[in-house]
Ligand binder design. Structure first.
Ligand code: GLN
Length: 467
């Protein structure tokens, strides 16, 4: 198995392996780890066929090498790929095939990538455990009694088990970074607007970004670079500033918020130790941040409000599931949505509708928007003086499947550190911390939040900090 794009390309060029072999390897890994339930659809035959064609072209001296030639990538089940199923992990879209590819996917295909399958996730990206899926829960590849995190749990496990070299996920409030941290992989959420959202099934449009899970920083950056840019199909897409490594001070200065590292138990102690080890190598400046308690409420008010509006399009008429034998139009709408959406999705549509309703709009929605502005201002202040903000990923490590299910507030609260990046639109990356004296297989990852549109600098910071 070749773990990086360069090593794969070199090995194919030297005749040490073939593209078909590499695809075969990924398919074998997927098959050997079916217990994880990471994949919903596997495009095995198609992937082998593409790889064979690449091998033939190479032999005939006709292969045009592209940046991602023969690189296998999996797609979270909410990212569209033309002619292939895409259901956002929900019954309401079961059997739906997308008539077009997301811009991000098309850009990867244009560079020679092979899409190996779609990965399991919480319905419409709503969850932190990948248990809210119509297709059953995703299980952690390290220990299948543990959650893999969510909502892009399948994406993270796809990389963890070697089912793909890279995986696309979506991150509305941490869904790429948290499962990456729970599977000892790297998860990156770009600056808001850096990657087109065209073809990503919307959850919260002002939060959503397609992100990448992988094991190699350069490969993740390459995929991001290929996917990013202005897209006429997404008016919020932007062209990000590529800052060169030289702009980064040779010794970067990090910020951290001490209150975020308070707490007991092995997980928080692991986070504290990781922070201490960074302090030995870098300058770390503590900052006060008086808004921690507002992060989760603000995120859940705004994201559910947006979700309630975005999900109104699933009405049994245009897409996917339609209830049978409806009495009339109203009955068809109600039953299609009641039967098609999962419990968590229905709960969020109701919360979102409530906070947008006439009597409560100002009390919840408008207030949350004001807090969002305060958060942006404060984080800008913190990042004015430092290169990146170091934070934990989650309040705990991966927990047992079905734990906390009776207390969903605990699960919402566990997102406190990841939702910040989406609230402020800044890039963030979860980095596995090396050299830990951990007795268990569960590793600690921290995240770094970077300046808006300085995604390249963030990668350089991550590489330095993860050594
Ligand atoms: N866990 C968060 C939620 O349930 C984030 C989800 C996401 O990023 N898609 O909303």
């Amino acid at each position: 198995m070749y773990k990086t794009i360069t090593s794969l390309h070199e090995a194919v060029l030297s005749g040490e392996t073939t593209f078909e072999n590499q695809v075969g390897f990924h398919l074998q890994q997927i098959n050997d780890n079916l217990n994880t339930n990471a994949f919903i659809h596997i495009f095995g035959e198609e992937a082998i066929k593409t790889a064979k064609k690449l091998d033939q072209d190479l032999k005939a001296g006709m292969l045009t090498w592209k940046k991602l030639t023969g690189v296998c990538i999996s797609l979270k089940d909410n990212i569209c790929y033309q002619g292939h199923p895409c259901s956002a992990g929900s019954k309401i879209l079961e059997g739906y095939k997308s008539p077009f590819s997301a811009t991000a996917v098309q850009n990867l295909l244009n560079e020679g990538a092979i899409i190996i399958g779609t990965t399991n996730c919480d319905q419409f990206g709503m969850g932190s455990t990948s248990q809210n899926s119509h297709y059953g829960a995703v299980k952690n590849g390290i220990d299948d009694t543990l959650i893999a995190g969510g909502s892009s749990g399948g994406a993270a496990v796809s990389v963890q088990i070697g089912g793909s070299m890279l995986a696309l996920g979506s991150d509305t409030g941490g869904s790429v970074r948290q499962p990456a941290a729970f599977t000892n992989t790297i998860g990156f959420k770009p600056s808001y607007g850096a990657v087109s959202r065209y073809g990503l099934i919307a959850y919260g449009s002002s939060f959503d970004q397609i992100g990448v899970v992988g094991t190699d920083y350069d490969d993740i950056y390459l995929a991001f670079d290929i996917m990013s840019g202005i897209d006429i199909h997404d008016s919020t897409s932007i062209s990000i500033e590529i800052t060169s490594e030289n702009n980064l001070k040779s010794k970067p200065k990090f910020s951290y918020i001490p209150a975020m590292f308070e707490g007991e138990g092995a997980w928080m102690e692991g986070n504290q130790k990781a922070l201490e080890s960074l302090k030995e190598q870098f300058e770390l400046v503590p900052f006060d941040f008086e808004y921690i308690k507002y992060l989760v409420p603000t995120y859940y008010i705004l994201s559910t409000a947006e979700a309630s509006s975005n999900l109104s399009r699933f009405d049994g008429v245009r897409y996917g599931y339609r209830a049978e034998n409806a009495k009339d139009l109203q009955d068809m709408y109600i039953r299609s949505r009641s039967e098609g959406f999962g419990t968590e999705v229905k709960k969020r549509i109701m919360i979102g509708t409530f906070v947008l309703s006439e009597g409560y709009f100002d009390a919840y929605f408008t207030k949350a928007l004001k807090i969002r502005r305060l958060l942006v201002n404060r984080i800008n202040e913190i990042l004015y003086d430092t290169d990146g903000l170091i934070m934990p990923i989650s309040t705990s490590g991966p927990w047992k499947l079905n734990d906390k299910i009776t207390d969903p507030t605990q699960i919402y609260l566990s997102d406190v550190y990841t939702v910040l990046a989406n609230l402020v639109g800044m890039p963030a990356i979860s980095i596995p911390i090396k050299n830990q004296n951990q007795s268990s297989d569960i590793h600690i990852s921290l995240q770094i939040l970077g300046k808006k549109n300085h995604d390249y600098s963030l990668f350089n910071l991550a590489k330095l900090a993860s050594i």
